[in-house]
Write a protein that binds this ligand. Structure first.
Ligand code: ADP
Length: 474
């Protein structure tokens, strides 16, 4: 079974994860490139500025040692040596007027900026500028510096070579980026597929289950990652659901079976009376038997409802202050005659008082169920011992018998609804007493436990938290 709407590719988690991966990769690569680019351009500019300063220093030395004429020819020679399209030198008066220069044929556009001269005369030792030559589509780095009294040098250097280096760097970056981005998309896609494949397996299993096969499980790898955790949790949930469904199925089978017997009996009684009954006394007997069977049925249905309500927390027990010793004393008195009739010894060891907070009718029902079982499943001549004891945090009722006991195979099941051990089928009962007793104990924050061995007897212990102690009994 598939979900209603067809899934669009760009809505898929795989696509979005790939997009995120590629996006983050592209942004981080771009930021790294930007830093590198700024670093390279700064280094190149600083190197050019240093070269210009060195040249200005050389001019200053020539002027000091050999005079202005030597400087003029030095400018021409230096420009020719470096290349007249690469560098130029212009000598200026403090008024800004040029009085000598190297070849300026390639540099006609270069202005003499009055502000730079003013800055120099105002005290600055050097003034740098960058000028763009539109004709040559080139950048020029300029230096204005005073090289001697009344002589200013304007030196310019083409940045063509630096632009070429940066251009090459940009080209390499773009090609590398394109390559890396396609690689990142591939890797991102692969990783997203791997991450999502586990979820898809779980989805497929869930779809299989909603199609009816509750036995299916998601394969769990041994990686121990989040997907494995999800798969394990999902499988645990399925185990639980399957156990519940089986339990519900068994229970409804049991309910149907247990309802069938009394109804069949009622029908049988009615049929026999109708076909053979003649007198009023026979009809009265039939009505009495039918009422008895109906009472049994009602008792069973009410017990089932009570277990369900108590387990679901719908029937919350009252939190009255009750005395366990008193309730057990009452029960022992009540069951005393039954014990006697069956040839059993019933002994009660009780403290003066044992206070807990709880619901008296519910606890009475629990004690009655335990005592009824102990007397029912112990042969004549045996003993049933009931004890109430307490610790700092718990109050306990222990019902110990020397009866038929319970086998290790049956022991985990006796608290399930309608479960009856094979050897007890000859005794009356419907298999709900212990389920109800445990539900009552748990609703009080307590627990009902058992130890037993066949032929020796059983010990049932119901433990309740003492008022004021925070810990529920587990
Ligand atoms: P019921 O007694 O009506 O069958 P319970 O839920 O009270 O139902 O008990 C479930 C089963 O546990 C019983 O059928 C019986 O096999 C076993 N059992 C309970 N109490 C005892 C006991 N004291 N000694 C031996 N078996 C017991």
């Amino acid at each position: 079974m598939s979900s209603g709407k067809p899934r669009r590719f760009w809505n898929s988690l795989t696509f979005r994860l790939t997009l995120w991966y590629t996006g983050i990769f592209a942004i981080s690569s771009f930021v790294a490139f930007l830093f590198f680019y700024l670093f390279i351009t700064t280094v190149i500019r600083e190197r050019t500025d240093q070269e210009l300063l060195d040249q200005a220093k050389q001019f200053s030395v020539v002027l000091r040692e050999r005079g202005i004429r030597a400087v003029e020819s030095f400018a021409v020679l230096e420009a020719q040596a470096a290349g007249v399209r690469k560098v130029f030198f212009r000598l200026l008066y403090p008024t800004g007027e040029a009085f000598s220069s190297s070849s300026m044929s390639a540099w006609e556009e270069i202005p003499i900026r009055k502000e730079a001269i003013t800055q120099l005369l105002g005290g600055s030792s050097r003034v740098f500028e960058t000028v763009i030559l539109r004709d040559r589509q080139d950048q020029v780095r300029l230096l204005y510096a005073i090289i001697g009294p009344g002589v200013i040098l304007q030196v310019g250097r083409s940045m063509e070579e630096s632009a070429r280096i940066i251009g090459a760097f940009r080209g390499i970056f773009l090609a590398t980026m394109a390559l890396l981005l396609s690689l990142a998309t591939g890797v991102g896609w692969f990783m997203a597929r791997r991450a999502v494949s586990g979820v898809e397996t779980i989805t497929r299993t869930a779809q299989g289950i909603s199609g009816g096969s509750l036995e299916k499980r998601v394969p769990v790898k041994t990686r121990g990652d989040e997907i494995d955790q999800l798969a394990m949790t999902f499988n645990q949930m399925l185990d639980r659901i399957q156990a519940l469904v089986t339990e519900i199925r068994e229970m409804s089978d049991n309910v149907a079976h247990d309802l069938k017997s009394p109804i069949t009996r009622i029908r049988g009684i009615a049929e026999v009376t109708l076909t053979t009954g003649k007198s009023l006394a026979e009809y009265e007997e039939m009505a009495a038997s039918a009422i008895e069977e109906c009472d049994r049925l009602l008792d069973m249905i009410n017990t089932m409802l009570m277990i369900s309500k108590t387990e679901a927390g719908v029937e919350m027990p009252a939190r009255d202050r009750i005395d366990l010793a008193h309730l057990v004393r009452e029960a022992c008195e009540l069951f005393g005659t039954t014990a006697e009739d069956r040839g059993l010894t019933l002994s009660c060891t009780l403290p003066e008082q044992c206070g807990i907070s709880g619901d008296a009718p519910m606890i009475r029902r629990l004690i009655a169920n335990l005592l009824d079982n102990a007397l029912k499943y112990t042969a004549s001549g045996g003993t049933v011992r009931v004890t109430v004891s307490e610790t700092r945090t718990q109050a306990m009722i222990t019902v110990q018998d020397t009866g038929i006991g319970i086998s290790a195979g049956d022991l985990p099941h006796i608290f399930e609804r309608f479960y009856r051990c094979d050897q007890s089928r000859s005794h009356a009962g419907i298999g709900l007493g212990l389920s109800l007793a445990r539900a009552i104990a748990r609703a009080h924050g307590g627990e009902l436990t058992v130890t037993s061995s066949p032929g020796t007897g059983s010990i049932f212990t119901a433990a309740f938290p003492k008022p004021g102690s925070q810990d529920a009994v587990v």
